[in-house]
Ligand binder design. Sequence first.
Ligand code: NAD
Length: 366
Amino acid sequence: MSLGFSNSTILVVGGAGFVGSNLCHFLLEDENVAALIIVDNLLSSDMCNLPDDPRVTFLHGSITDNRILSHLPRDIQYVFHLACYHGNQSSIADPFADHENNTLTSLKLFDTLKDFPSLRKVVYAAAGCAVAEKTFDEAKSTTEEAPVSLYHDSPYSISKLIGELYGNYYFQHYGLPLVKARFQNVYGPREILGAGRWRGTAHTVWRNVVPTFVWKSLHSEALPLDNGGNASRDFIFVEDMARGLIACALKGEPGEVYNLASGEETTIWDLAHMINELAGNKTPVDLLPPRDWDRSGKRFGSTEKAKEKLGFKTQISIPEGLEKTLLWTIREKEHILRTMRTHSYFVPEVDKYITDRSKRGEADDR
Ligand SMILES: NC(=O)c1ccc[n+]([C@@H]2O[C@H](COP(=O)([O-])OP(=O)(O)OC[C@H]3O[C@@H](n4cnc5c(N)ncnc54)[C@H](O)[C@@H]3O)[C@@H](O)[C@H]2O)c1
């Protein structure tokens, strides 16, 4: 398959992570990708996500580490910067770790890349949640030009914006060919519950709403709906996200920002019921009060600019994407349980998923 890269050397920072690893697997389907360098410190990811391909070089460490930066070949053509300190709750628990892995990362990477002679594009994973208006009334789609508040609910959100600001600075000052891809909520295979090191809260295990709901639903549990499931999000399947990132690299205008979104608003209530139906879970949902830090409410992204300028639109519907995610979770259940259990000291509830089969390390037939 040809994606449009010609004899290219590509760097993916954060390439062992959920989105990064899906992107790497996708990129390697293109035989014109000559070399793929992955830098990751495995802070919120697992080695099993890394592709097994002779074109891959894996540098295990932080992109803030000068030894790693000095090892990067200077003839890299494309860079995808997907490293972050995952996620909002972890950043509230440890804003300094967030700064180190979500802000300093971008600064040191951009500062190093400014001198690379063959760079065609640097794609930065920006966050739509940092820009979206905070409302529980009817949401309007968030455009790329939407105003940005100076008041944020988490250090993570601040860091994602600082990444954009540094990117803009290096673009204007040094001509760094930076394209900002603003993600909505990504879901799909290779988002491994519990992947990586303990980051201060149970969200180290539970990460995001889709993998949590899929796991709990497969175990016939009540899905917890914060704020009665009233909030809404724009869910984008990870394969679509990989396509969108590649479109940003090949067609994005340096200095520009593009939403990568489905443009569809789905309430958490609807999401829970779709997942329960797919998993055959009859246990009623658990209605909970709002999370105290989260005032984000309802939101979804505008898709117009990405459609017009990049020719990008999503291809996978939510029911289709959820089914793929559910099947992957069933297949990878033992791997996922292994990473969840590395945090059982802090989150003892994960031990309840251990069966005799998983103790023996056997795969479930389901
Ligand atoms: N998943 C989403 O819904 C979503 C939404 C908005 C933005 N994003 C952005 O997309 C990117 C990828 O997110 P994800 O969901 O795949 O998260 P992830 O946690 O799976 O991936 C992040 C990766 O970065 C690595 N990393 C952390 N610190 C690092 C460092 N100092 N040096 C090198 N690697 C480091 C982690 O180990 C991990 O592999 C992030 O930048 C995130 O902010 C994701």
